[in-house]
Design a protein around this ligand. Sequence first.
Ligand code: CAA
Length: 288
Amino acid sequence: MMNDNKRVGVLGAGLMGSGIVEVCARSGCDVISYEVSPEASAAGRKRVEASLGKALAKGKISEAEHAETLGRIRYTSDLDDLADRQLTFEAVIEREDIKLDLFTRLDKIVTDPEAVLSSNTSSIPIMKLAMATSRPDRVIGVHFFNPAPVQPLVELVPSLLTSDETSAAAEGFAAQVLGKTVIRSQDRAGFIVNSLLVPYILSAIRMYDSGFASVEDIDRGMELGCAHPMGPLKLADLIGLDTIQAISEAMYEEFKEPLHYAPPVLLRMVQAGLLGRKSGRGFYDYSR
Ligand code: CAA
């Protein structure tokens, strides 16, 4: 079954989308990368090619593999090009209205009734996305972690209406084709990892905002005291502060727990365009 899912479409070519494009193409899939405009598509292509260029320079892939991988990827800003896809990964900005619109349109475009329509959302209920389509049994959450080519985990999130066949196909693809380790979560905002991670990051932001400790010392504390590969504020910068805000709002909306509430300093930083690594500045300055 998972070998049937070789014609892959990835919606969104930002941080996560471009990583998923790379992972799928390196695993031998025929990939179409969709972005909303030719400019956004060109930026996504640059991201994928830069990452594959690094993999080549580091000797992780050979010249031949590099060329073959690039040859498996097509870029488009026309959603209709995804008509023949067997498996789609939606990885656009974490905004419910945009995702709902894409699922509604994709449902009308993808011709194979057996196709699996997945979302990389971190926090929006899969059920909402499923109900935007005429085939909720074929919709499932497949949540990757940043950087997608490196992190070995995928969270699989079936909704109440996802069929067993869809779950098995998505799990088989993630595990056997992409080589990821799969864990299963219920369809609750945040799933397993963000339910634990996001309150921790928000606590670190509150700690910094209250003057309790500096950005650097909070990060050093968790890196050297608990052997985390990066402290919570560096990690927030990697994930993107707009994404952290979106996840925290979705979790707050779902559970009404104060620990999910986005601290004002986070809102101000997002309003200022200080989104972390991708914008050049967040808790740290990446401009140099
Ligand atoms: N793409 C591909 N490879 C990458 C990469 C990228 N964007 N970034 C790093 N790498 C590779 C490097 O090439 C390097 O590979 P080798 O060891 O084979 O040479 C390896 O990863 C380590 O990279 P570095 O030596 O440059 O740096 P590092 O050791 O500090 O690792 C890191 C960087 C992999 C990002 C590591 O710090 C890490 O794992 N941090 C935690 C990341 C994390 O927690 N991610 C989850 C975020 S939560 C999420 O994504 C879900 C959500 O919904 C918010």
